[in-house]
Each structure stands twice: as structure tokens, then as C-alpha cells.
Design a protein around this ligand. Structure first.
Ligand SMILES: NC(=O)c1ccc[n+]([C@@H]2O[C@H](COP(=O)([O-])OP(=O)(O)OC[C@H]3O[C@@H](n4cnc5c(N)ncnc54)[C@H](O)[C@@H]3O)[C@@H](O)[C@H]2O)c1
Length: 278
């Protein structure tokens, strides 16, 4: 897709690009295409696990390493952002990890230290980032903040486990901070995205089944990371100045569906096979 200069003269910071599969990676490429100038950030451990420097080179951005659960690192990060970019217009929060999920601990047996880490990384980090952006006066009036959510924060997707709690908290922080940020015309929204084949996505047990189920249910099919990035650009642009505190579904219509012909047919086929095997 060619750019439309939607983010011309806008500056920002994008958290959470690990490798080219990351949703934040596509968002950074789309922001670059639309004319924005931005810094990229990820946890220091991602330096060895991912390829963020390549994206920085491609988009002519600087990389500022910071753990999004560490207050001091975030404060330093925003001071650095201000030095390099002045006050910024947008923040993209695309960070998440389920520690119990990764270690295959079922919801009934959650390890609470890991649970706290999950909530801290996946939800409270949004609060911390905004708090430090405000305290350091790094964000401009009229700015836009987005974060990434999943429908498992609203409804039960059995294998999503503790991440459902993290997304519910994340969406609540969007509303609570949204009210307060409104006084400065800063808006904040969560994009509730389709299952997407990324490192975090594939870490969820049963991800392939969730992906296929959503693909068969959604009238438009699952949304890709690139399509998500195009939507994200509109929310960072001046075209959406009065949209705030929302969970916005970017899921090909999945969230409005009950069952589709494709799923009915797939289930009927599996019932037929079961009966034949009996
Ligand atoms: N992949 C999906 O199916 C899907 C669907 C809906 C929403 N989301 C959400 O999208 C967001 C991005 O995930 P993704 O799918 O692109 O996977 P990803 O693994 O590429 O991105 C997750 C990012 O979080 C970063 N991170 C983890 N701990 C951190 C910390 N302490 N400090 C700073 N950064 C940290 C990782 O380094 C990584 O870059 C997450 O919030 C995820 O829950 C993903």
C-alpha cells in the first residue's frame, strides 16, 4: 500500500516489536510509510532474542531499550525520547506475556508470582508508560495512545487462561486513564485484534485451533498484522480525534458472530467420522 501522509510531522514511540512477525513491527512500518518519526523500544532481553536493530535501520528510528515493568528505565526512556524527538504525539503499547501460560500451568493452579508478572508485563506496563510520559512531560496535548487487546479479555477462550484477566485489566486501564487524559485532549484506545501468528500468539496452547476457529467464523476472515497496522495508523492520525476509551474490534467481524456455515459443516463432518468409527 502507498502512504497518505496521515502521520506527517507526527512523532512517537512504539513498544513491542521483537521480530518481523510482531504486530508492532508492522505498525512501525506503516507509521514510517505515513511519514511519522519515532523511537522503538523493547525489553533489554529482546536485544538477543529479536531483530529490532534491523527495523530501526529500515525506518530510520532509534532504539531505546527499557523493561516496561521498571519505573527507572521508563523515566530514563522518556527523557531520552524528549532529547531526541521533543514532545511526542503518539505511543503504541504492544507488549504482552503470560508467564503461567508459557509454563503450561493451568488456571486453577496459577503460580501467583508469575501471575503478578503476567499482569505487570501485559497490563500495568501501559499504566506505567503513561504515568512516566506525563511525569516527564514527554507527550503533547492532542496526542493518541493505542494498546493491543484480544477478545479473551471479554469472553472465555479456555486456553487463554490468565491472559484473559490481563486483557480485562488492560482494557479497564484504557478507560480509567482515558477519562483523565481527556482533559488534555489525549485519546487512548485498545485494538482487539484477531489471532495473529506471532511469537506471543504461538506461545498460547491451542493457538492454531483458535486461529482456525476465528478464521472460519469471521465473515472477513482473520485480520493480519499488516491490516492491523493500517487500522492503527488511523487511530494515531488526526482523523479519529474524538475516539477514546474504546475497545475497538479489528477481527473481520468475529466478535459479532455466533456460528457460521463453515463451522457447522466442519462439526457435522467430525460427527459423521465419529459415528463411522463407532
Ligand atoms: N498474536 C495474537 O494472536 C494477538 C492477538 C490479539 C492481541 N495480541 C497482543 O498484541 C501485543 C503484541 O504481541 P504480538 O502478538 O505482536 O507478539 P510479540 O511476541 O511479537 O510481541 C510481544 C512483545 O512484548 C515484549 N515484552 C515482553 N515483556 C516485556 C517487558 N517486560 N518490557 C518490554 N517489552 C516486553 C516482547 O519483547 C515482544 O516484543 C500483545 O499485547 C498481545 O497480547 C496478540
Amino acid at each position: 500500500m502507498s502512504g497518505h501522509d496521515l502521520l506527517d510531522e507526527k512523532t512517537g514511540i512504539i513498544f513491542g516489536a521483537l521480530n518481523e512477525d510482531s504486530i508492532a513491527w508492522s505498525i512501525a512500518q506503516a507509521c514510517d510509510r505515513e511519514g511519522a518519526d519515532f523511537a522503538l523500544s523493547n525489553a533489554p532481553v529482546a536485544r538477543r532474542l529479536g531483530s529490532l536493530d534491523e527495523l530501526a535501520e529500515e525506518t530510520d528510528s532509534s532504539v531505546i531499550w527499557a523493561d516496561a515493568t521498571d519505573d527507572e528505565e521508563l523515566e530514563d526512556l522518556f527523557e531520552e525520547v524528549k532529547d531526541e524527538y521533543g514532545t511526542i504525539d503518539f505511543i503504541v503499547h504492544s507488549i504482552g506475556m503470560g508467564v503461567n501460560v508459557r509454563k503450561d500451568v493451568p488456571y486453577e493452579d496459577l503460580n501467583y508470582n508469575w501471575y503478578e508478572q503476567t499482569l505487570d508485563i501485559s497490563a500495568v506496563s501501559l499504566h506505567r508508560i503513561i504515568q512516566h510520559a506525563l511525569a516527564t512531560e514527554a507527550i503533547d496535548d492532542g496526542g493518541s495512545i493505542i494498546t493491543m487487546s484480544y477478545i479473551g479479555g471479554q469472553r472465555i477462550f479456555s486456553k487463554y487462561s490468565e491472559m484473559g484477566d490481563a486483557k480485562a485489566l488492560l482494557e479497564s486501564i484504557v478507560r480509567s486513564f482515558g477519562y483523565r487524559l481527556g482533559k488534555r485532549d489525549i485519546r487512548i484506545n485498545a485494538i482487539s485484534q484477531s489471532p495473529t501468528k506471532t511469537t506471543a500468539g504461538s506461545g498460547i496452547e491451542g493457538f492454531d485451533a483458535m486461529y482456525e476457529f476465528a478464521e472460519k467464523a469471521a465473515p472477513l476472515g482473520n485480520a493480519s498484522a499488516e491490516e492491523c497496522a493500517d487500522y492503527a495508523v488511523t487511530l494515531l492520525s488526526d482523523l479519529t480525534r474524538k475516539v477514546t476509551m474504546q475497545t475497538l474490534y479489528h477481527d473481520g467481524g468475529f466478535s459479532r458472530m455466533g456460528i457460521s456455515d463453515e463451522i457447522v459443516e466442519a462439526l457435522e463432518e467430525s460427527f459423521r467420522k465419529e459415528q463411522e468409527d463407532e
